[in-house]
Structure formats: structure tokens, C-alpha cells
Design a protein around this ligand. Sequence first.
Ligand SMILES: CSC[C@@H](O)[C@@H](O)C(=O)COP(=O)(O)O
Ligand SMILES: [Zn+2]
Length: 233
Amino acid sequence: MSTSTPSNQGSKAPAANLEAAAAALVAVGRDFYGRGWALATGGNFSTRVGEGSMMITASGREKGALTPQDMVVLDLDGHPLPPHSAGSNGSRARPSAEAKLHARLYTRIPEIGAVLHVHSPCATVLSRLDAAQGVLEISGYEMLKALSDVRTHEHKERVPIFHNSQNMDDLAREVDAWMDAFGTESIHGYLVAGHGLYAWGRHMDEARRHVEAFEFLFDCTLRYRACQPIAVA
Ligand SMILES: CSC[C@@H](O)[C@@H](O)C(=O)COP(=O)(O)O
Ligand SMILES: [Zn+2]
């Protein structure tokens, strides 16, 4: 990805920006819950609100019924910043258990403006099927062009698959090691085995488009595999 860096700084984001950020997170939660991608409190969503800060959903919330009070502002080391969003009731909700994974992406890739994590059935099943290879490769679909900077259906999208862990430091280290080795230029998301998808974009609309495109591509990949003849020994 290649664009300008966000203009807001640290915790000094204007209240109007925080209000808009909260509204965008509420909207994505309602949409993704409705599509079955964030059921039973699964999933978490964030958006950058300054060069060194993000707004993220609070932990354990029903993602289809989020309100602006269900958002937490953190710096990229995970420290809470003043809850100064207009709509905030002043209480300090616990941030998403996976906030570290979001923070690492914002730190590592300055162009990222939004990170979305979903527990969709297609992503979850495919992440288990291809976990042993450590990567899911997708090619041949026109829909690949919905991923930023992809120009042709012949593009091969490589989606890394990481082992699931309840220890976010371990998981973040695994992601970092992969990104150190292979870079981040050509990827738009990653899978966590048996868990779900992390995807991102320069802004919320792009991140939402990437999740939508991945979901379509995962669904096609599963259907295509289901139609393949079974090899007879
Ligand atoms: C259904 S439990 C899912 C959680 O363990 C986690 O993976 C998740 O996506 C939501 O965690 P949260 O802390 O609400 O952001
Ligand atoms: Zn999750």
C-alpha cells in the first residue's frame, strides 16, 4: 500500500474525528454480524485515530449491537488514552483481547488506517485445511482485483496462516517473524488457523472491501475444491 500517513497525532484527535471513528466501527460491526462473520462476540475492529493511536472495540461485546461507548482508544503500546469521544460515558472498558495484533499492524505499516478481524465460517474452515502449508494461495479469480494494487486475475494472492494461540505476544511474534522474512508489500490479510481472518486497508472502506473480497474468494475456493473429483488410489 502506498499513500499519505494519517494527519492526527497521538491522543490529540479532535472529538469529531473520534465520533466518526466510533460510528464507523459501530457500522462495520452491524454489517459483519449480519453477514455471519462476527457471531457470538467473535471478531474485533479498529481504526487509526492518530499517528500513534487507535480506537478498538471493547472485549466481549456483541458485535452486531455495538455503541460508541463500546470503543477504547489506545496508544500503539496498548496503553489506554483518555476516553474523550463525544458519546463516551467516561467508563474505561477493557480493550479487545487481540488489541496487540492490531497495534503491531499499525506500528509496522504506517499506511494502514483500519484493521478488521472476522470469524467467518469460510475463513475458519480454510485456515484449518491449509494450516500445514502455512499459506493459502488464491489465483484465477477476477475478484482478486478488489484487493488494492492487484491488476489481474492472474495475480497469486498468498495469505499466510499462523498457528492459533491464546497468548497474543506469541501470536504477534509469529506474525512479525513472517513479515520480517517475506515483507508486507503484497499481502492484504492473514489467517489464524481455526480462528479467522485479519485484513486491513488504508481506510475503513478499503479494509471492509478487502474483508468482503476475501470472503468471496474463500467461499469460491471451498466450493471449487468441493467440486474436484476425489482421487482414487
Ligand atoms: C467467541 S470468543 C472470540 C475471542 O476469543 C476472540 O477471538 C475475538 O475475536 C473477540 O475477542 P474480543 O476480546 O471481544 O475482541
Ligand atoms: Zn478472534
